[in-house]
Design a protein around this ligand. Structure first.
Ligand SMILES: NC(=O)c1ccc[n+]([C@@H]2O[C@H](COP(=O)([O-])OP(=O)(O)OC[C@H]3O[C@@H](n4cnc5c(N)ncnc54)[C@H](OP(=O)(O)O)[C@@H]3O)[C@@H](O)[C@H]2O)c1
Length: 286
């Protein structure tokens, strides 16, 4: 039995699906019943519990934990190591920690929190593996759908710096490999998409896949820097704007046994294309 934490989020749902598709029994820890139906449809055993509370019952009989902490949550720096210790105390054989590409970029508080949590893995004394994903292509899906309507792809990270967006399904497949295959302990594995793309590159691909003319526009975000989540978002967009967020696809290719999905392939699924043009979308203006 594998326990997946924060299982009702984007990542948790995808990892749960990847594991159950392999026939692996999954216990999905959720904070509410919001995603219960989707997780049960994957065949997972759904349990409610607070990541900040006593996880003894959730960990009972568990062989491995896929440790996801909710996004932009200040509790991660103490809470993730507490989860690792609770897993060890419960006799769990292995923890796989869902980190982020380049957690050493500590100017972003959520990266710093993950770097600090990774540091604790050796000290806890449980077998461990770490997955470090780049930004998900899926983060942009709502903006892409809007762009197909308006002709403008709004970018909060400017127009000139690239990111190696990765499809969350590939992230989940890599996680499933780390949770089910031998010979990977004490390893840290980056998961980046196949090519670094600027917002302008993304707009070109949306145009090609949807058949609708789309241009990228600079749309700076202004998160509330007075909150932890707001500071994470603000420093993240600042970093992406100045430096981008690119990585190598080599490790993900090795884990998957194939290259990670291209952004064009991701778009084709999001926009439901038939023969190269999105269903129901008017053709590009001539
Ligand atoms: N998005 C990306 O591009 C990206 C890239 C790399 C790494 N990551 C990392 O991936 C991780 C997961 O992100 P995500 O966007 O998939 O997750 P998320 O949307 O933040 O979802 C996490 C889930 O955790 C549950 N939750 C919140 N507080 C809880 C608590 N105290 N106890 C139990 N459950 C609780 C929430 O659902 P319920 O309460 O309804 O169950 C929520 O659905 C984050 O650490 C993020 O930094 C994300």
């Amino acid at each position: 039995m594998i326990l997946v934490t924060a299982a009702g989020g984007t990542t948790g749902l995808a990892v749960t699906g990847a594991l159950t598709a392999r026939g692996v029994p999954v216990r999905a820890l959720v904070g509410s019943d919001r995603a219960r139906a989707a997780l049960e449809a994957h065949g997972a055993q759904v349990v409610r519990g607070d990541l900040e509370g006593d996880l003894g019952a959730a960990l009972d009989g568990v062989e491995s934990v896929y440790a996801i902490w909710p996004n932009f949550d200040e509790g991660e720096v103490a809470g993730a190591p507490r989860l690792f210790r609770a897993a060890r105390a419960a006799g769990v054989r292995r923890v796989v920690y869902h980190s982020v590409l380049r957690p050493g970029l500590r100017v972003m508080p959520h990266h710093a929190g993950k770097a600090a949590a990774e540091e604790q893995l050796d000290a806890v004394g449980v077998a461990w593996r770490v997955l470090q994903p780049c930004a998900y292509a899926d983060n942009l899906d709502a903006a892409v759908r809007e762009a197909v309507e308006t002709g403008q792809l709004r970018s909060a990270w400017g127009l000139s710096r690239p990111q190696s967006f990765v499809d969350v399904r590939d992230v989940a497949e890599c996680a499933a490999v780390l949770l089910t295959e031998e010979g990977l302990d004490s390893g840290t594995f980056e998961v980046a998409g196949p090519e670094p793309l600027t917002a302008a590159d993304l707009a070109e691909r949306v145009t090609a896949v949807s058949g609708r003319d789309v241009v990228a526009v600079d749309a700076p975000a202004s998160p509330d820097r007075g909150t932890y989540a707001g500071r994470c978002l603000a420093t993240m967009f600042d970093w992406y704007r100045d430096h981008g967020f690119a990585g190598s696809p080599r490790v993900a290719t090795a884990l998957l046994g194939r290259p990670p999905r291209s952004y064009t392939d991701h778009l084709a699924d999001v926009l439901g294309t038939v023969g190269g043009a999105a269903e129901g979308v008017p053709p590009a203006s001539s």
